[in-house]
Write a protein that binds this ligand. Structure first.
Ligand code: SF4
Length: 372
């Protein structure tokens, strides 16, 4: 869909601030950059939540909140990219370094599947010893033991790394994985899509343009993907708005994003913790979710995560515009390495969703409801 064809493009100045530039926008008008910044920074929290929730109910008028039973094994923790915020990666010669064999990975996935997981979110470090044939072997090993599980593998920055390793265009790597029957791509590694800040926290990672171009190429090949944001580090509120507008522009072009998933930087013992020793206040999470729901008027789903934040912030996010509660994780390593170790049973997840006044509904990775 082109920008001019979008039904909500009533504003002639969709990003420049327009004539009014405050939080109020007329029906059918898009939020300008200035109005979006006003939402994020200055709108009273209760009013912001009311606006976010109203936009959510207009978009998804059912009192349901979805969740997915998933597992998140990492095929390797060896990574040569060394993002300053990462407490997960290890150098190749570190005693804790590992790279799973396809059968090891498949057995982990099988155990999670037998416990109820419907999806495997599969990501790993940028490990030069892992090639495209290894990615294919991981996929085929999982498919052989768990043909019913949805494999949701490899984020845009991993594709960029793999394309460079294999000296292939990103589009060819994507096409190879698509041909293995993979239909979705997780939107990890977006961090902050503002190059100056991105270079400071992840100087060796795929650029903002590469992340966006890879998502666009994936959408054109037929993948459906998600988009993430990591905030609470060196970014400004204006950077967060730039990030949201970059996603909105791409979604206008392709329509390929299914969900927006924000999370806050967890300092742990990462290198960046020396500059940013404390995590963002949970109230910022609510503000980001509500602002995202209002700005990303072309995204179907906004996720509020009990896991990446606190359960109470996750619940509040459901009252501020989110309609998805993320995964009931059966294996997760990245945030645990940063000292973030929450856990919850399925019953507790459902109880949290009910406590916000919604009916919990299990979904799959295509956001299709499984038990309605
Ligand atoms: S965030 Fe990902 S790319 Fe960056 S150092 Fe950690 S594992 Fe590597």
């Amino acid at each position: 869909m082109t920008a001019s064809a979008h039904p909500m493009h009533a504003n002639n100045d969709p990003e420049g601030g327009g004539r009014r530039g405050r939080t109020a926008v007329r029906q059918g008008e898009r939020y300008s950059r200035r109005a979006a910044l006003e939402l994020l920074q200055n709108t009273p929290l209760g009013e912001l939540m009311r606006l976010g929730h109203a936009a959510r109910m207009a978009r998804i008028p059912r009192h349901q909140v979805s969740y997915v039973l998933d597992t998140n094994p990492n095929y390797t923790n060896v990574c040569e990219t060394n993002c300053t915020f990462c407490a997960f990666c290890r150098p190749e010669d570190d005693p804790q370094a590992y790279t799973l064999k396809p059968q090891e990975l498949a057995q982990r996935v099988l155990r999670a599947h037998q416990a109820g997981a419907t999806t495997v979110l599969l990501q790993g470090g940028h490990n030069p010893a892992v090639g495209l044939k290894d990615w294919v072997a991981y996929i085929r090993a999982i498919q052989a033991v768990c043909p019913a599980i949805h494999i949701h593998p490899f984020s845009p920055s991993e594709y960029v790394f793999m394309a460079a390793r294999e000296n292939m265009p990103v589009a060819e790597v994507l096409a190879c994985i698509y041909d293995e029957g993979i239909l979705t791509m997780p939107g990890g590694g977006a961090e902050i899509l503002v190059e100056a800040k991105r270079r400071r926290i992840a100087p060796r990672k795929a650029t903002a343009k590469q992340w966006l171009d890879t998502s666009e190429t994936a959408h054109r090949l037929g993948f459906r993907t998600t988009a993430t944001l990591m905030y609470g580090h060196l970014e400004t509120d204006d950077d967060i708005i730039s990030h949201l507008f970059a996603l909105r522009r791409l979604q206008d072009k392709t329509g390929g994003f299914r969900s927006f998933i924000p999370w806050s930087f967890k300092p742990g013992d990462s290198a960046l913790s020396r500059e940013v020793p404390a995590p963002a206040h949970p109230a910022k999470y609510i503000r980001v979710i509500a602002t995202a729901r209002l700005v990303l008027d072309n995204f179907p789903h906004i996720q509020s995560s009990w896991f990446s934040e606190t359960p109470s912030a996750g619940i509040m996010g459901l009252l501020a515009g989110a309609d998805d509660f993320g995964g009931v994780l059966m294996e997760e390593n990245v945030l645990r390495q940063a000292g973030h170790k929450p856990s919850a049973t399925l019953a507790r997840i459902q109880e949290m969703i009910r406590s916000a006044g919604f009916i919990p509904v299990q979904r799959d990775s295509h956001y299709e409801m499984l038990d309605v």
